[in-house]
Design a protein. Structure first.
Length: 77
């Protein structure tokens, strides 16, 4: 599982960090002032960050989703 942040969409509001139960351990702001994943070790995959993101900049990608994407790409070759 991983969390993807679309830096183009991210407004740097910090809602994802505030709503996350482990925010200070998982999230940080990068040099542009936008959200960035620091460490997923503490993530419980509650998806609060993605649901709270008003800019729709956060995507939760699970391993099964990645596997399906790869299979679809292989089929389309």
């Amino acid at each position: 599982m991983r969390i993807e942040v679309d830096q183009e969409k991210c407004t740097g509001c910090g809602n994802c960090m505030e709503i996350c139960p482990k925010g200070y351990r998982i999230w940080e702001k990068n040099t542009a002032g936008k959200a960035e994943v620091k460490d997923l070790t503490f993530c419980h995959v509650c998806t609060l960050c993605a649901s709270e993101c008003r800019a729709d900049a956060i995507k939760i990608v699970r391993d099964a989703d990645e596997k399906k994407e790869k299979e679809l790409k292989q089929e389309n070759l």
